[in-house]
Structures are given as structure tokens and as C-alpha cells.
Design a protein around this ligand. Structure first.
Ligand SMILES: Cc1cc2nc3c(=O)[nH]c(=O)nc-3n(C[C@H](O)[C@H](O)[C@H](O)COP(=O)(O)OP(=O)(O)OC[C@H]3O[C@@H](n4cnc5c(N)ncnc54)[C@H](O)[C@@H]3O)c2cc1C
Length: 512
């Protein structure tokens, strides 16, 4: 048997039967087996929108060798009595925990939020009552910020091939759609994540791991350069000691950041991106991008836009076709928006973040500490909450923003709280708002329906505002057994790169 890779141009509504027929024709044999390696939608020519599909074929008519897929080799540490405490049950914490427990360590995960099923009920209640719930919002709980998300699995991080293969394999084993392995823009959807994340946690527990939900790490005890234990409060309370401490705490819990800083962990401010969410009618967007209101075999049109706003640039981020805008506030007096969607992506609206790089130090016009960076960002998040003293968000029509007009009437939205017409410039530093406005003007030239959209709320969680000082062995200065990983470390952003950072951290510990 030999192997070859071929590229086929396929109609968007191709069937398995057609695919097999075309592959057979290309190879000249019916006796074949094949799998899709990569699939991307080519919509450059609106009259000929198709999938470009790379396929790996096995047949005795072929002579090539099938490439070997490199796998992550988990070190075997069975018999070790070393204990690991992982704070945070988001993608970074889950994958670090699974890897170390598989290797033979005794791992305890402490998560301040609750389990997915309870979290879903608490989120529904939050959206109904407007009363913030620390145990079950969009940021905290089983699966972390990654669970009630869009579940896009794209990552621009280089050098994570092995980790990425491991993550995708685990997701698929836990029930993710197989297409995530080959789509150019893979997407799981929040509905699937609500089942996949508990399946991953079940796997971890099946390996012998422990998870304490509803329990917050609120104390860090040290002896010299070593952390000796963490104190937890909530459903479980007491002290957990360990040999290694992984903090995979995300970047929404400023309380924990402050705890780490006060324990002596070294952090520094880092640039990130801020802006607002924009929302459009998905069908209008489909028409702009495809010249058709729908395309058989494709869920919904998605865009990735950039704009040169010299000096500086703006870009769209985390687009959620057919999705919904959510209030992902980290506490009861801050307001932060984000986006999510289900696998079908069949909602009426499309949303994405329009953001521009931002430096808290540049904005403060002085060197600042990590603690001061948190204070400044928190103050900005409070400003959005204070506009209505609620989780309703300020909003403006994009057409009004680019013409410098006040919005009179706002359109319908997917956002479950209220939207209130506002002059958005008052919430941002002048240079930031200038770039966002310029970015919108350019996006309106690139996509003809863009002007019909609405901009709303504060998008401030594109990545962490601070970064820990990480040593080559991944320990966090000045401690010898403390590892900060995932988005909270400042070294990753998004589900895949954060999970990969958790895996890399775990591999460092496992190979000691
Ligand atoms: C609504 C929404 C949609 C998103 N959509 C996408 C997307 O489509 N694709 C994508 O790549 N990314 C998306 N993101 C971002 C993505 O979810 C994060 O990048 C990712 O979850 C980061 O993983 P993490 O494990 O580092 O941290 P988190 O997922 O933030 O997990 C950290 C965990 O630590 C816990 N924790 C914090 N402090 C404590 C404490 N003191 N004690 C115990 N536990 C604590 C938190 O409760 C939390 O569960 C989205 C985020 C949101 C909010």
C-alpha cells in the first residue's frame, strides 16, 4: 500500500459519495481509503465559492509513504509520591492536570467556580436578574473561560504542534466533532463544550485526580523560595500542600493576581488589545461576503479584518458567526463583553471584537507596576459598568461612530442585557478611540454591510494585562516550585495556546 496527498476543489455542498468518486478518479482506483487533512473555504471569486480540500489517500496504486504523526510522549513517573496542586480548571489547568496525573503524579485541581451544569443555570439566572454570581459566570468554573465560549480552536502560536495534536486528539476522544482536525478555522461550539469539558474532567478523575469545585485559593504559604501549601475557602476549606504548584488562573481573577503579587511573585505590565464588540445581521454579512444569503454546506460567513491606522493598527478578533454577545464581567461592578456561539452557528447575529493594541504604561505615561496595571484596567472596566450602574452596555451604530454623530436609535441585539446609546469616545483614551474609529472606517470599505453594525461594551480580555517573569524551566520567579501557565501567565491567549502552555508546563514538571 502506498500513500499520496491530493488537493481537490469541491462544491460547498459535496456529499461523501461525490468526494469518494473524485478521489477515486484522481487516483485511478476504487480500492482506496482516505482522510481529509485540511479544508478551507475559498470565497475569493463570488461566482465560484468552493472548498479547497487536501486529502491523504492510501491505495496500492500509490508508492509514497504515509507521514508519521509525531505524538507527545508523556514521561512515565509511576511510583512517584510527588503531589501537584493546580489552581484553575480552564484549558491550561485541565490539560496540565490530565498530563501529570497520566504521568503518575497525584494531582488536585482547585476551581473557584462550579461544575458546568450548575454554571449553566447560574448564567441563565444572571442574565435574567442582572445579579452577578462569582460561582458561575462566563469566566469562572469547570472549563474556565473556555466553556461558555465560541470554542474556536485557532491559534497563531508557533511551536506547539505536538501539544496541539494532543489537545485535538483529547477533544475528539471526549466527543468533539472530527472536523476540528482538518478545518482551517476549527470550531467546537459552546453546546459541545458543555459536554466535552465534563468528559475531560471525568477522564482526569478516572485516572485518580481530585477536583474541588466552588473552592477558591485565597492564601499562599511559602518557606523561602518554595511554596509549601495553598489555603482554600468555599465548598471545601483548609490547606492543601504539594511539591509543585501550578497556577492556571486565567486573567479575569484580579483577586488571585493580587494574591500572587503579594506573595512575592514577579509580574510586569504587558501590552494587550482593547476595543468593543461589533454586531451585524449574519445574513447581511453572508451576502456581503458571498453575494448570497446562504451557502449550502457552510454554516455562516466569517471575517478576519485588519486595518492600518498609522500610527498603529486595528483588527477584528474572536469572531462568532451566528453567535451571541455575552456579559463576561469578572465581578459585580465591572463590565466586559465577549462572544459565544453553538456548533451550528445558526443564530441571527454575528459578532466580533474590534480592538487595537494598548499599553497601560504608554497610557499612564510612566513606568508602572503590575499592581498599578491591574488598577488602571479595573478602573476602565468599572467605567463601563458605571455608565448605567448595571450590566447594560453603552453602544453606538458604526455609521454614527465613523461620522462622529450621536446614535438616536439602536437596533435589535443578541446581547441579553440592555444596550444604551452613548458617545463611545468617552470610555477610551483618545489615541485608542482614534484607531478604533479609523479601523471601523477601513472595515466599512472592506465589507459593504459593516456600516450597518452596532459597536458595544468593553472588550478588554483579549489577553492578560500583565506577565509573570518565567524562567527557562517555566518556574515563576522567585519561586522554585511555582508554575504560572495559561492566559493568566501572559504567555498565551485563547483556548488552544493556553491548553498548550499547560501541557508544556506539565512536561517541564514531569521531566524533572
Ligand atoms: C465568552 C468567551 C468566549 C471566548 N471564546 C473563545 C474562543 O472561541 N476561542 C478561544 O481560543 N478563546 C476564547 N475565549 C478565551 C478563552 O476562553 C481563554 O483564552 C482560555 O479559557 C484561557 O484558558 P486558561 O486555562 O488559561 O484560563 P481560564 O479559562 O480563564 O481558566 C482559569 C480558571 O481559574 C479559576 N480561578 C481563578 N482564580 C482562582 C482561585 N483563586 N482559586 C481557584 N480557581 C481560580 C477561574 O475560575 C477559571 O475557571 C473566550 C473567552 C470568553 C470569556
Amino acid at each position: 500500500m502506498g500513500y499520496a496527498e491530493i488537493t481537490l476543489k469541491l462544491p460547498t455542498d459535496y456529499s461523501e459519495k461525490l468526494l469518494k468518486k473524485l478521489v477515486s478518479q484522481e487516483i485511478g482506483s476504487e480500492d482506496i481509503s482516505f482522510h481529509i487533512i485540511k479544508r478551507s473555504l475559498d470565497a475569493r471569486n463570488k461566482r465560484d465559492i468552493h472548498f479547497l480540500t487536501k486529502i491523504g489517500v492510501i491505495s496500492d496504486r500509490l508508492s509514497g509513504n504515509e507521514p508519521v504523526i509525531e505524538k507527545l510522549l508523556i514521561p512515565d513517573r509511576r511510583g512517584t509520591d510527588r503531589k501537584v496542586v493546580v489552581t484553575g480548571c480552564g484549558p491550561a489547568g485541565i490539560f496540565a492536570a490530565i498530563l501529570l496525573q497520566s504521568a503518575g503524579f497525584s494531582v488536585t485541581v482547585v476551581e473557584k467556580g462550579c461544575e458546568v451544569s450548575e454554571r449553566a443555570e447560574r448564567i441563565a439566572q444572571f442574565e435574567k436578574t442582572g445579579v452577578f454570581d462569582d460561582l458561575g459566570g462566563y469566566c469562572f468554573g469547570e472549563g474556565g473561560a473556555g466553556t461558555f465560549s465560541d470554542g474556536k480552536l485557532t491559534s497563531r502560536t508557533k511551536s506547539i504542534t505536538l501539544e496541539k495534536n494532543f489537545i485535538f486528539e483529547e477533544f475528539i476522544k471526549a466527543g468533539a466533532p472530527e472536523e476540528i482536525a482538518y478545518e482551517t478555522y476549527p470550531h467546537i461550539g459552546s453546546d459541545n463544550l458543555k459536554k466535552i469539558i465534563p468528559a475531560l474532567i471525568d477522564k482526569f478523575k478516572g485516572l485518580g485526580g481530585r477536583v474541588f469545585f466552588g473552592s477558591e485559593v485565597s492564601e499562599i504559604k511559602r518557606s523561602g523560595e518554595r511554596i509549601t501549601s495553598v489555603g482554600i475557602t468555599g465548598r471545601h476549606s483548609g490547606t492543601i500542600d504539594g511539591d509543585f504548584f501550578i497556577f492556571a488562573n486565567g486573567h479575569s481573577s484580579f483577586r488571585l493576581y493580587r494574591l500572587l503579587i503579594s506573595a512575592g511573585v514577579l509580574f510586569a505590565p504587558k501590552p494587550f488589545a482593547i476595543g468593543f464588540r461589533v454586531e451585524h445581521i449574519q445574513e447581511e454579512l453572508n451576502f456581503s461576503m458571498w453575494r448570497k444569503r446562504s451557502l449550502p454546506g457552510v454554516k455562516a460567513a466569517e471575517y478576519h479584518l485588519t486595518a492600518d491606522c498609522s500610527p498603529g493598527h486595528a483588527f477584528t478578533f474572536c469572531m462568532c458567526p451566528g453567535g451571541k454577545i455575552v456579559q463576561s464581567a469578572p465581578d459585580s461592578i465591572s463590565s466586559v463583553v465577549n462572544g459565544m456561539s453553538d456548533f451550528a452557528r445558526d443564530g441571527k447575529f454575528a459578532n466580533s471584537a474590534v480592538v487595537t493594541p494598548f499599553s497601560l504604561e504608554e497610557s499612564a505615561k510612566r513606568e508602572i507596576t503590575a499592581g498599578a496595571a491591574l488598577d488602571i484596567l479595573e478602573e476602565m472596566e468599572h467605567r463601563f459598568f458605571d455608565y448605567r450602574r448595571s450590566f447594560d452596555v453603552p453602544a453606538a451604530r458604526i455609521s454614527d461612530i465613523i461620522r462622529g454623530r450621536k446614535t438616536a436609535v439602536l437596533p435589535e441585539t443578541s446581547f441579553p442585557f440592555g444596550i444604551a446609546a452613548a458617545d463611545m469616545s468617552r470610555f477610551f483614551p483618545e489615541s485608542v478611540y482614534g484607531r478604533l474609529k479609523k479601523g471601523l472606517e477601513i472595515f466599512c470599505r472592506k465589507l459593504d454591510c459593516f456600516e450597518n453594525g452596532t459597536a458595544m461594551g468593553f472588550e478588554s480580555k483579549t489577553s492578560a494585562p500583565i506577565k509573570c517573569l518565567r524562567n527557562e524551566d517555566f518556574t515563576s520567579a522567585p519561586f522554585a516550585n511555582l508554575y504560572i501557565c495559561g492566559e493568566g501567565s501572559g504567555y498565551s491567549g485563547g483556548i488552544v495556546s493556553s491548553a498548550a502552555d499547560g501541557i508544556k508546563t506539565a512536561m517541564k514538571i514531569a521531566s524533572l
